[in-house]
Ligand binder design. Sequence first.
Ligand SMILES: [Zn+2]
Length: 464
Amino acid sequence: MSENTAPATADIIVKGCEVVTLDKDNTVINDGAIAVSDGRIVWLGTSDEAAGISAGSVIDGRGRIAMPGLVDAHFHTGQQLLRGKLQQIARKRPLKQPVWKNYLIPFESCLEPEDVYLSGLVAYTNMIQVGTTCFAEAGGPHPDEMGRAAMDTGIRGFISLSTVDQSETIGADVPQNMLMTHDEALERNVALVKRWMDNDRVKAWLSLRQVIVCSPELVRDVIVAANDLDVKLHTHLCEGTYEIDYTNEKFGMRPTEWLYSLGLLSHHLHCAHSVLLSPREVDLYQEHRVSACHCGFNNYSIGHPRLIEMWRRGIDIGLGTDGPGAGGTLDIFQVAHVARVGQQAINSSAYHQREPISSEELLRIATIGGARALGVLDSIGTLEIGKKADFLLCDTSRMDHAPLYDPLFVAASIIVGRDVETVVIDGKIVMKDREMVSIDTAAIKAKLNERLPVISERFEALVA
Ligand SMILES: [Zn+2]
């Protein structure tokens, strides 16, 4: 099995697990072993072949599946502490639309830098506990604090700044502290990217919240900056009917067509949702390698997302949670399961589509798709020699997992985030047997108890 001979030593060796590599052949190594050194996978083989390797840490993988860590390709760190709050408000009075402009941005405006750090600690710990090893932040307040929390929890990620320079259009006014001038927005975005450029595990992207809250000049200049810096730019595109109406009325074109007319489409654009796409817009995504993110828990309330069509056409698309303000859970396994059912409903019933949409295909989108959409497939997304060691060990010992004929099927269809026991990111064990190694969770909980009432009170006063 092994492509090279087993090394004499390694930093970490995992033995006895079913290794689901998700390589191009979907190789599964029964009773397999993974050797890690200097943050990378240096060898893969069977436990027998690994017998002679001596390692600093030896992990017993028996009764477990090893698989690549999942990627959350669209996340909002600043909304972590909003989980369940809107549902609570909605029980008393109807919510105003669009929710993101009336509640989500106002909530973020209530956060001090320390609160964003706390949100990051909670969010990234939550992610690690459900098997997510890499995330892309959509853009929120105080992004350096997100970066600090990502460094401390041990997760891999891309942070970014909430970027808004026009408040009119629809819904509530954007709170003053979330609003910037054109120059300030451009400067702060570029400076953020430069501050994190030399960090290997946590980097920064540029961001535009959505075209309806960013002036055409800012849209142009931030995208040009992304091209100059050779870095991705995170935005929400073709997410709402109001947004399609906005560009149609203002520019006579749909959002993607408008960006195309300005010569701004490229692989530097990462566009969450991308649901309300015309056939022409899907073509533009493919031709210009625009990447996308399918958020399974809310995309189906927007329209008919064409995830499988886009994936099979080779468009760079991954899965995302859109943060806990949207679907509640940060479990990408669950997002994949929901997305499969949604895609079956849309594709299969529409024209008796016989080609199956399998859970294995969705698992590949959640790992390889996410890594490719974030521009990092050469270093993460599969278990292969030379890649960064970002992987999970998932429990398969319960009746819920049996029988284990096919580990790939179990990984894709049965396992959910709470089955994840041990997580390795960048060659470091960040969670072992469900206990966080990188961070003190009791201290995070204590801080939460102190800050949550303050943040909550501020928010309620703002949206009353
Ligand atoms: Zn979002």
